[in-house]
Design a protein around this ligand. Structure first.
Ligand code: HAM
Length: 418
């Protein structure tokens, strides 16, 4: 038997109501903050991600699903959305049409990571990108949207972590200091960090290994090297979060796994999802548009992992949605009434009721069982003596009451059920 690929997951009808709920909530929030949806292709040229996310990042160096298509082009399934959104922003000159573009998305992403709870190879993100302003209030808007969506879902054990990575110039000075500090301790670092010392030194900061963390205790702090404008913006972010009652922790080691960040970065962590605790991550990327060939345009955004959010909801026992209900199940008392049943069902469905009936030639008893299984609010009996008199019987399954109604006045059914 052919099975689904490791790290991919079917979302079955029994789970779909949670997905719909989350998607609707996300759309409602983004609409409130005046973000418009953007949809970009599932695959892009590999070079876009290599340049946008950074050659030395784990995503680009280890996790991308890339292939050469029949035309000889290297293409990659999108591992994240920011690079694709920026590509579309440049390609369609969105910056010339609006000085500030506030965009959102909900989409599958692909990364060849080692699968575990909350970490998949095809997963879903919702996220937002705002292109055109350096205002730290937009950084806060991103954090606020994500935080309030999580709160609205009922999640409680949340930690907002924020940091500032400064400008590339200030970061460069810091990187040199950090390199100097680590060089003579190189042999005590983990193999992975030793490689990063050469290739992507900042990532050593978020190593989880105790052996690295011990060395880092006395390492220079990025904050001591930040330029004034980064410090001012970070101050504004902190003050605004406080005034909006969003609790946060400053986490100087929060460097994130993508190279495009400048100034503010953030993550929101749930303490209830185990190892993969980051529900969302984001930050500012004021140089990315230019790096990808557009006119210099600042940007900020975030993305949240939907599987992880739903896992956190499950673990915190929130998001207990009402069971799905059918409005009317039509029970056919006489076999020859199939045409009439189809006609009545069609009329009711066209009047926006959720209606179903038996397609398996079941007995009346079995049809009733099906009505109960479907959690139907009403049963409409069609057939028998009532039908001969031009009537149908509408039974309310919640309280057991029933009423005889005229078959040629089906609108009466609608008003009773709605
Ligand atoms: P990221 O931190 O790579 O950032 O991913 C954002 C979120 O996607 C994570 O916090 C996590 O919830 C979820 N996620 C990532 N990888 C997986 C996986 N393998 N399985 C399940 N969930 C996963 C970005 O993607 C940036 N584009 C965010 C951003 C937008 N920054 C600025 N704008």
């Amino acid at each position: 038997m052919i099975k689904a690929i490791t790290g991919t997951k079917d979302i079955l009808p029994s789970e779909i109501s949670k997905w719909h709920f989350l998607e609707d909530l996300v759309k409602k929030f983004f609409n409130r903050y005046n973000y418009l949806e953007i949809r970009t292709p599932i695959f892009e040229q590999t070079a876009l991600f290599a340049r946008g996310i950074g050659e030395e990042t784990d995503i680009v160096s280890k996790e991308m699903y890339s292939m050469i298509d029949r035309g000889g082009t290297s293409i990659t399934l999108k591992p994240e959305m920011t690079a694709g959104v920026v590509r579309a922003f440049i390609e369609h000159s969105l910056g010339e049409k609006n000085s500030l573009n506030k965009l959102y998305y909900i989409s599958p992403m692909f990364r060849q990571e080692r699968p575990q709870a909350g970490r998949l190879r095809q997963f879903h993100q919702f996220g937002a990108e705002a292109l055109g302003s350096t205002s730290p209030f937009l950084d806060v808007e991103m954090i606020e949207m994500a935080f309030l969506i999580f709160k609205q879902l009922g999640l409680k054990d949340l930690i907002v972590k924020i940091n500032s990575l400064g400008t590339p110039e200030s970061r460069e000075v810091y990187k040199n200091e950090l390199r100097k500090f680590l060089l003579d301790k190189k042999n005590r670092l983990t193999d992975e960090s030793r490689v990063r010392l050469e290739k992507n030194i900042l990532r050593i900061l978020d190593s989880k290994a105790e052996q690295d963390q011990e060395i880092l205790l006395n390492a220079p702090s990025l904050f001591d090297y930040l330029d004034q404008s980064s410090l001012d913006d970070f101050e504004a972010v902190k003050n605004c979060l406080t005034s909006l009652n969003i609790p946060y922790q400053v986490e100087p080691k929060l460097v994130r796994g993508l190279d495009y960040y400048t100034k503010t970065t953030f993550e929101i962590i749930s303490q209830k999802v185990g190892a993969q605790s980051s529900l969302c991550g984001g930050g500012r990327y004021d140089l990315l548009v230019e790096e990808l060939g557009g006119k210099p345009t600042p940007g900020v955004g975030f993305a949240a992992g939907m599987e992880r959010i739903l896992l956190a909801c499950e673990n915190e026992n929130v998001l207990n949605l009402q069971e799905r209900q059918v409005d009317i199940f039509i029970v056919r008392l006489d076999k020859e009434l199939n045409y009439k049943v189809a006609e009545v069902a069609s009329f009711l469905r066209n009047n926006d009721l959720v209606v179903d009936y038996d397609y398996l030639d079941r007995s009346v008893k079995a049809q009733m069982r099906e009505a109960n299984r479907l959690n139907s609010k009403f049963v409409l009996f069609l057939g028998g003596n009532e039908f001969k008199r031009g009537e149908v019987v509408l039974k309310n399954l919640a309280d057991g009451t029933q009423a005889n109604l005229e078959l040629n006045k089906l609108s009466e059914i609608i008003s009773r059920v709605k």
